[in-house]
Design a protein around this ligand. Structure first.
Ligand code: SF4
Length: 494
């Protein structure tokens, strides 16, 4: 535990911000006042001729570090509060970088959507060089991360040339909250599937009602759907006939299904894929699925509670191909327990034999509510340097095999303060992943634990609404969920 003591008064908001930044450098840290800590920080900024000038001093047991920063470019569209916050973050980050010798490639960015910022800056400034200079100097983002953002922006605008105009349409997320077993790192609404007390039947009945009600609203208001994504949980954990009935309901309820640009079904767990279910996907012409290995090492799959083998992943991938699945995504996770570069090299080599249309490279993150976070001592994970090397192996592999990065996001407590990046072959990008990450339009979430994000026309602000996570509560309160969502939707079309 690193105790950091601030000489000046620090509000709760800043305690959270400084703690978040300090945790990028130390396993755990506490920002305090007025007690003496391992580090004592004095941080002052003032406005001089319309610019912010800041000075920070860090006192440690071994000596004193001093740093200054002058904000040269005025960000007129940022409020004074936000400018001050960023300048203070930058000074604090500079101090910690100087003291620890550890550089943070994402600079002062603590949010999960750096791409959203990149798009906003491009829309405001319209000049790539100016945007890059700003990210470099004021957000202190490294050159390779700026390049990544620039490349993703180009790909996204090629895949969705109307990305900035998509607010007129919506995308639909349908959450099926069941999985064969729960993975150790998972915090999604995912319940081990069992049929006691009609749990699955009641959930599906409620979901059919919700689909029908939303379909009616979309038809009445003449709203187009950009993409539909079945996630969860694992949407292929229900029976083939249940999938068939659900898709029938969706196709009969939603308007202009022939104009929907993409329908994806997560079939993430290979142990849920069967010939019957693939035939149902075929029947509804759904050919974009995910078959997720996470790792190609059996011992790792066992350690994270996946309950399927590497051999089954490979077998189900081929089965999906034989049944006409033309756009398959595979997820890999960097930094799974007991894994190092050797394991990741093996996972990449095995992925290469399958050549899916897209590969999403996640970095392990310790989400607070997951089994892994609550039992941290049981799981040995790679250190920062090893994680960085694995990430670089993924970047090189993607380049070598002509996979292009097309979306990215970051998470709290992600190993090495890195990122998750979706790579795809040219033209095989998932449109849903782009619109959800860039918050480009309203997302209507159906099913348990599904989050809806409502965006009013002409605004960038989003309002969120979450359906109950537990399938039984979802089924019990379905009328209320439908009514609440209708109220939100009616507000955004006004
Ligand atoms: S398969 Fe996905 S949703 Fe299901 S438990 Fe594992 S991580 Fe969670």
């Amino acid at each position: 535990m690193k105790n950091i003591y601030f000489e000046e008064p620090v509000t709760e908001e800043y305690v959270r911000l400084y703690t978040h930044l300090a945790n990028l450098f130390f396993e755990e840290s506490k920002v305090r006042q007025p007690m003496t800590g391992d580090y004592q920080v004095s941080l002052n900024i003032e406005e001089q001729d319309g610019h912010y000038v800041g000075k920070a001093i860090l006192q440690t047991e071994d000596g004193q570090y001093e740093t200054t920063y002058e904000e040269k470019i005025e960000l007129q569209w940022l409020s004074e509060k936000h400018q001050v916050k960023r300048v203070k973050s930058r000074l604090f980050l500079q101090l910690l970088e100087e003291e620890t010798g550890m550089m943070q490639s994402w600079g002062v960015l603590t949010g999960i959507r750096p791409m959203k910022l990149y798009h906003q800056l491009m829309q405001k400034l319209g000049n790539r060089e100016e945007v890059h200079e700003l990210l470099r100097k004021q957000y202190r983002i490294s050159e390779d991360k700026i390049e990544l953002l620039a490349e993703i922006e180009r790909v996204q605008l090629r895949a969705l040339p109307d990305l900035y105009e998509l607010k007129k349409e919506v995308s639909i997320y349908i959450g099926i909250p069941f999985c064969p077993t729960k993975c150790a790192y998972c915090t999604f609404p995912a319940y081990a599937i069992h049929r006691k007390n009609n749990r699955v039947d009641n959930f599906l009945d409620a979901l059919h009602l919700e689909v029908e009600a939303m379909g009616k609203w979309l038809t009445e208001n003449d709203i187009r759907i950009t993409s539909i994504y079945f996630g969860g949980g694992t949407p292929t954990s229900i029976e083939a006939h249940e999938m068939d009935a659900l898709y029938e309901k969706v196709y009969n309820s939603f308007p202009n299904m022939d104009k929907v640009r993409e329908v994806t079904v997560e079939a993430g767990r290979p142990d849920t894929i069967t010939e019957e279910k693939l035939a149902v996907l075929n029947k509804w012409k759904i050919d974009r699925i995910s078959v997720n290995p996470q790792s190609f090492t059996n011992a790792t799959l066992k350690a994270i509670g996946r309950h399927h083998s590497v051999e089954e992943t490979i077998e189900k991938f081929h089965l999906a191909r034989e049944h006409g699945m033309n756009n398959i995504n595979m997820d890999l996770i960097i930094g799974l327990p007991n894994e190092d570069e050797t394991h990741y090299a093996h996972s990449l080599a095995e992925t290469e034999k399958l050549m899916p249309e897209s590969v999403t490279m996640h970095t392990l993150s310790f989400k607070r509510a997951s089994h892994m976070s609550q039992n941290k001592e049981k799981y040995k994970v790679a250190d920062r340097k090893t994680t960085e090397r694995m990430m670089q192996m993924g970047v090189n592999w993607a380049k070598e095999h002509e996979y292009i990065p097309y979306y990215m996001y970051r998470q709290k407590n992600i190993l090495g303060n890195l990122e998750n990046v979706g790579y795809s072959k040219f033209g095989e990008e998932s449109l849903y992943n782009i619109v959800i990450m860039e918050e480009a339009q309203t997302i209507i979430g159906l099913g348990s634990g599904a989050t809806s994000k409502f965006m009013k026309h002409g605004s960038r602000k989003l309002q969120q609404y979450m359906n109950p996570k537990d399938p039984a509560s979802y089924a019990l309160t379905i009328d209320q969920s439908i009514e609440d969502k209708m109220n939100w939707l009616n507000k955004i079309v006004k």
